[in-house]
Write a protein of this length. Structure first.
Length: 386
């Protein structure tokens, strides 16, 4: 795994605007960056595929264990009145779309799982589409070897998955929703809508706060049309605590992502994995903070519901070396052994490894000068060569 310099495409900002990638710069800071790229070997990509697949299957085994344990459902912070709703989503095999594992790896040794973003993963558009466009442009310009490839079948697999949802699961109209206050979320959902349209799946968009409640308890759109299938880029831990959560079980909606993803996207997954698969080479020791975890000199404290690095603390040799503020923590915390991200120059690099329909589908890389990867951490493209 190498970080290599390369000339930027002279018109990439115009290309980004043309293709709707308007959050390439956020708050005056670059988000998409292409003055460098990461290079992998085919063997390294194959290792990432294998690790991603195995960790995902292990995580699904945790879901099976949690839905059959009231103690674990409680430990994962799932409200009691939603237990049957989450259980039923799993036991009825409600289909999923995609997810992303965050891995610490420098190309050698064992990749380590830092967390599982299985409910509302972002950075999809740039991973699936814009970095592939970068690869084609740079290869055509002669700035990359002609045999350069990319670990990236995301767009193809997402389109195929939407087709399968229609043909095999009866998703004949799919509503999409997200919050109004995030340009990145709206762009992610728009990209997914484009993929659904490419698959021939009829779709419609509305914002989360535009979802209504019909007379018979169904959720409705702005045209009072009943919502039967809904992709929501909105966290389950929020939904399960809102006033409409008592209506979820009876509304007749099939959700993407399904409610069982509330278990996978929860940091409680990490100690549960460690308990089920102790000393697995791709796991880090992890424990619930209130259960007298074994003493560790170097560890990370994470809230169960933290997103984008919020409320995470890193302790090294007994001293706090990094902290991110945020709104989380009251729901409980876990402690995970600290495993520093690989450092390239003055930045730390995180690998996001994607799955679509339970299959590894590609990677995206994020950089930050801080140890905690957050929402404004920079995105860099990658290639692999045999």
């Amino acid at each position: 795994m190498k970080r290599l310099r390369i000339s930027e495409r002279p018109d990439w900002r115009e290309r980004a605007e043309e293709y709707g990638f308007r959050f390439h710069t956020m708050h005056g800071e670059p988000y998409w960056c292409e003055e460098a790229y990461y290079q992998f070997t085919l063997a390294q990509v194959e290792q990432l595929e294998s690790v991603t697949s195995e960790l995902h299957q292990m995580s699904l085994q945790v879901v099976e264990k949690v839905v059959n344990s009231e103690a674990l459902l409680s430990r994962f912070g799932i409200p009691r009145h939603c237990w049957d709703f989450v259980r039923d989503a799993w036991r009825s095999n409600q289909p999923s779309l995609y997810s992303r594992l965050d891995l610490a790896w420098d190309g050698s040794g064992d990749a380590k799982l830092l967390e599982n973003n299985a409910d509302t993963p972002t950075s999809l558009y740039e991973a699936a589409f814009f970095q592939w466009l970068w690869l084609e442009d740079q290869r055509q310009a002669g700035n990359l070897p002609q045999d350069s490839d990319q670990f990236n079948s995301l767009q193809e697999k997402i389109i195929d998955r939407f087709a399968a949802l229609q043909q095999q699961h009866g998703f004949n109209l799919l509503h999409f929703a997200c919050c109004q206050d995030s340009e990145e979320d709206r762009a992610t959902v728009q990209y997914l809508q484009d993929c659904a349209s490419e698959a021939g799946l009829e779709n419609s968009f509305l914002y989360m706060d535009q979802i209504g409640l019909g007379e018979k308890g169904q959720f409705t759109d702005t045209d009072d049309q009943i919502i039967s299938n809904l992709f929501k880029l909105y966290p389950w831990e929020f939904m399960l605590r809102e006033i409409f959560s008592t209506k979820l079980a009876d509304a007749g909606v099939r959700w993407l992502e399904p409610a069982w993803k509330s278990i996978l996207s929860n940091k409680a997954l990490l100690p549960a994995l460690w308990e089920m698969f102790p000393n697995h080479p791709n796991l880090l020791p992890a424990f619930f903070a209130d259960e007298a975890p074994p003493a560790m000199d170097n560890y990370v404290v994470k809230p169960l519901f933290s997103r984008e690095g919020a409320n995470i603390r890193i302790v090294q040799n007994g001293q706090e070396i990094a902290r991110a503020d945020g709104p989380y923590g009251a729901e409980g915390m876990i402690v995970q052994q600290f495993h520093p991200l690989p450092r390239f120059g003055d930045s730390y690099t995180l690998i996001g490894s994607w799955l679509v329909d339970d299959q590894p589908a590609g990677i995206g890389l994020r950089e930050d000068r801080q140890l905690i990867t957050q929402d404004l951490s920079r995105f860099y493209p990658h290639i692999f060569i045999e």
